[in-house]
Each structure stands twice: as structure tokens, then as C-alpha cells.
Design a protein around this ligand. Structure first.
Ligand code: ATP
Length: 474
């Protein structure tokens, strides 16, 4: 798995998908920059999500809320008090781990070894931990009693478990001091909740309706790693769907299905690598929670959470702001605080899932090649225009074709090196089609289409190239 990840990281850097942040200064842990192709592909993902939500649903509208908000928002939401990770240190190496992750991995290991009774016992204790008088102590005891060792060293010399708040704090205004503390949002959802009435009124929405938002979120994650899987600054694509209490489970099921299809059908991810994970241990405000997980090279991990959050958030904001969060149904005159079904996807994790799913090595025309088998909709470059000759009429025709296609599609012009080399350059960045302008183009106005996946070629009329591309992108 490390080998696969190393290949992905190196391809991503070499071809301009992802660079380490501020690399000339040695980088910054868990921060990355999206390069020319990466930013293009990320934009495609976000557009596909945005369209699937707002364009395809008359009752879902968009929002772009600010990253910094009135700090009371985060008191109301519970983040100040409890957006914590339980951490534990290995005294020998001073390495820090998430206590909950250590226990969850241990339970999985017991399952794999067929020790079902033991796994069940640890699980019961773990799930009850939050309700105990000293949850940190309980987690610590579980780790000690189960003999859980540090994954890297096998040592079991643990410190106590401590809670660590994940929110980044900064100071607003000229004078630093506790009065000016603001937070970088750790999720985009709260911007949606506090705008519930603004959006509802402005766009005349009736329950059920949804608010969709794409934006940066920040978490001071202590345990980092796995490239862009876990970052301190990342992008979320969230949609909060407001429903009448009592109808949330029906809405939940519908969204669960729709979101799964978005990954498998719209983005073209391998269906067999997508899995459901049902939360047994629910947050106190949730009445149902599932994650969509993807088989990454380093393990099967979450890419999206779908949660039935009840009326928790709106009720909290009503209490803290003193403003009513009730909805009045105009037809029945019923008043209630809506329930929320949320779909919360990570753009960067989706990106990484697509990249690792697409990476392939094969042999074409007797030569090994690397290919990103990305769906045309996701691929950063839709087509490359390749003239057989660098100069003269062929180049002129190719330039014309490139300019015409550029009106609607991201295309690349490449006239450097042999045609075989140029095909491989495009294969490696996932370009699904190459258009070659050659002698026949000058004679009869046709070009060659070369397909990335099969390396098969066919001739089409140059004037039909745009139509051809459009038909592959629906
Ligand atoms: P995890 O358990 O992996 O920390 P989470 O359950 O805390 O994730 P949520 O709060 O449900 O995550 O956030 C919704 C989505 O946001 C996740 O499914 C994930 O795709 C993305 N996300 C959360 N934290 C990060 C991060 N540190 N880096 C990149 N993406 C993240």
C-alpha cells in the first residue's frame, strides 16, 4: 500500500496535481497546494456536486458563508465544549495517537482474528465510555486492560488520555486578547444553520428544502498523514436538508441512495470499493448515521457522512441567539423546529479516492504506461490536440481546432516529441481523448481520435470534434 501511495504522491507532484505547501521552506505538515491540473480536477468535482445538488433540485439552494463567525455560534453548536479528540502518548517515542482510533482498530483486529466475544466486550466498554464519570480514564483503562500497543513500536508505556480541542483560534482586531478570539470554522454546516431563516425567506423555500455549501474548514488534527486524506485545512461539500419532524428517516434513506450513486455513477468510482458503515455509537443529537467509505490503498476510510441530526442545531441556536428557529407551515399552521438530514462530503478525500481508483499501469503497443482512468467529466483535461508537424498548415489547422474547442472545454495543445510520447503524457494525466491532425486532415478534413483506455483509434470529421466531446461528457 505504501508503494501505491508513493507512486500517487510522486505522480501528483510531477504532473502538477498536488504539491506540498510552502515546499521551498520545508513544507508544513498536512498542508498541500493543488497545482494546475489538481485545481482543475478539484473544480470539476465541486461543479459536479454543486450541479447535482442545486441545479437538479428545485428545493435546494446554495450558500457561501464566511469562514469566521460570531464565536457564540461555536458555543451553541457544542464545538467549544466538546469538539475534542482524546489523545494518548507513547512515552517511549513521544508519539501521539488518538485513543479512540487505537481502540477501534483493536476491535477490528479481534474480529479479524475471530475473537468475537473479546471484541464484543471491548466494544461495549468503548461505547459506554462517554457516559462514564471520567471518559478519559475509561478510555485509558480499556487501552491498558486490552493490552493495546503502539502500532509503530509495539510499546505499551502510555500516558493518560487527554482531550484536545480541534478548533483553530485567532484574534480579531488590533489588540490580541481573549476578548477578540474567533475561530476558523471546523465545518461548513453552522453557516447554513444560522442562515436558515435568511435563506428560507429570500428564496421562498418551504420545508422540505435544502441548503448546499462548498467551503474550507479547519481542524487542528494532531494525527496527520496519508497525503491529502487528513489535512488541517480542507474543503467540505455539505448539504443540510430541513424536514418536518417524523419524516427524517424517509429523507435519510433517499439521500443515502442518492449520495452513493453520485460517487459510483456521476464520478465513476469503482462501486465495489465503496462501502457503507453504520454508526453504532451515535452522537447524542443524532438518531441515525452512516458513512460512505472508500477502499484507499491504506485502508477503507470515510469520504462522506450522512447524518440525521434531529432539531439539535436549530434548537441550540434558538436558545443561544434568542431568535426563533421555528418554521410555520402555511397550509396547516403547524409550528415546529425542522429536523435536519445532512450529507457531508470531503472534497479532498473524494479527490484522493478518484486518483487512487484511477491509477493503472499497463502495456500498450509493447510499452509500459501509466494511466489515470478518470471519468471524462472528472478528468482535468478533456482532450489534447496534437499536430503531426510543428509548423505549416497542419499546425495552423490544429491551432484552429484547439481554439474552437477551448470555447467549451479544457483542452491542451501539444506539439513536442513523438506522437507516442505525447499520448503517454496525456494518459498519465487522465486525458480521455487525443485528437491528431495529420496529412489526411489537410486532404479530407478528418482527424484521428485516440481513446485513452483502449488506445484504439478512429477518424472523425474535424468539424464534429466539439460535438464528439460534448457527447462524452453527459
Ligand atoms: P474523521 O473521523 O476521519 O476525522 P469526521 O467523521 O470527523 O472524519 P465529519 O466531521 O463527518 O468527519 O466531516 C465530513 C467530511 O469532511 C468527512 O467525511 C471527510 O470527507 C471530510 N473531512 C473531515 N476531516 C477532514 C480532514 N482533516 N481532512 C480532509 N477531509 C476531512
Amino acid at each position: 500500500p505504501d508503494k501505491v501511495m508513493n507512486k500517487l504522491v510522486s505522480l501528483a507532484k510531477r504532473r502538477g496535481f498536488i504539491f506540498p505547501s510552502s515546499e521551498i521552506y520545508g513544507g508544513l505538515s498536512s498542508c498541500f497546494d493543488y497545482g494546475p491540473l489538481g485545481s482543475e480536477m478539484k473544480k470539476n468535482i465541486k461543479d459536479l456536486w454543486w450541479n447535482a445538488m442545486t441545479r437538479r433540485h428545485q428545493n435546494i439552494v446554495g450558500l457561501d458563508a464566511s469562514i469566521m463567525m460570531n464565536p457564540t455560534v461555536w458555543e451553541a453548536s457544542g464545538h467549544v465544549a466538546s469538539f475534542n479528540d482524546p489523545l494518548i502518548d507513547d512515552k517511549t517515542t513521544k508519539r501521539r495517537y488518538r485513543a479512540d482510533h487505537l481502540i477501534e482498530n483493536h476491535i477490528e483486529k479481534l474480529h479479524r482474528e475471530g475473537k468475537e466475544a473479546e471484541a464484543a466486550a471491548v466494544k461495549v466498554a468503548y461505547e459506554a465510555a462517554e457516559g462514564t464519570e471520567d471518559p478519559n480514564r475509561t478510555l485509558y483503562n480499556i487501552i491498558i486492560e486490552s493490552g493495546i500497543k503502539a502500532p509503530d513500536t509495539g510499546s505499551a508505556d502510555w500516558t493518560e488520555v487527554r482531550q484536545f480541542n480541534l478548533m483553530f483560534q485567532c484574534n480579531m482586531g488590533a489588540i490580541a486578547g481573549s476578548g477578540g478570539v474567533v475561530y476558523l470554522r471546523p465545518e461548513t454546516a453552522q453557516g447554513i444553520f444560522v442562515n436558515f431563516h435568511n435563506v428560507r425567506e429570500a428564496s421562498r423555500m418551504k420545508v422540505p428544502f435544502g441548503i448546499a455549501q462548498i467551503g474550507k474548514a479547519f481542524r487542528n488534527e494532531i494525527v496527520k498523514g496519508n497525503f491529502i486524506f487528513r489535512m488541517v485545512e480542507f474543503e467540505q461539500m455539505e448539504m443540510q436538508y430541513f424536514v418536518k419532524p417524523g419524516t427524517q428517516l424517509e429523507a435519510f434513506e433517499a439521500w443515502r441512495e442518492e449520495r452513493f450513486r453520485w460517487y459510483s455513477e456521476t464520478l465513476g468510482m469503482t462501486k465495489e470499493k465503496l462501502h457503507w458503515y453504520k454508526h453504532d455509537k451515535l452522537a447524542h443529537y443524532a438518531d441515525l448515521a452512516y458513512d460512505i467509505k472508500f477502499e484507499f490503498p491504506f485502508g477503507t476510510e470515510e469520504i462522506e457522512g450522512i447524518h440525521s441530526r434531529t432539531d439539535f442545531d436549530l434548537t441550540q441556536h434558538q436558545e443561544y441567539s434568542g431568535k426563533s428557529m421555528e418554521y410555520i407551515d402555511q397550509t396547516t399552521n403547524e409550528r415546529y423546529i425542522p429536523y435536519v438530514v445532512e450529507t457531508s462530503s470531503g472534497c479532498d478525500r473524494t479527490f484522493l479516492a478518484l486518483l487512487s481508483d484511477a491509477y493503472q499501469e499497463d502495456v500498450v503497443d509493447g510499452e509500459p504506461r501509466v494511466m489515470l482512468k478518470l471519468a471524462p467529466k472528472v478528468a482535468p483535461v478533456k482532450a489534447a490536440v496534437l499536430p503531426l508537424m510543428k509548423k505549416g498548415e497542419m499546425a495552423e489547422k490544429a491551432r484552429q481546432l484547439c481554439a474552437a474547442l477551448s470555447e467549451s472545454f479544457m483542452v491542451q495543445y501539444d506539439d513536442a516529441a513523438s506522437i507516442g510520447k505525447r499520448y503517454r503524457r496525456q494518459d498519465e494525466i487522465g486525458t480521455p481523448f487525443c485528437f491528431t491532425v495529420d496529412h489526411d486532415t489537410l486532404e479530407n478534413g478528418t482527424i484521428t481520435v485516440r481513446y485513452r483506455d483502449t488506445a484504439a483509434q478512429e477518424r472523425i470529421e474535424m468539424s464534429k470534434a466539439a460535438e464528439f466531446l460534448a457527447s462524452k461528457l453527459v
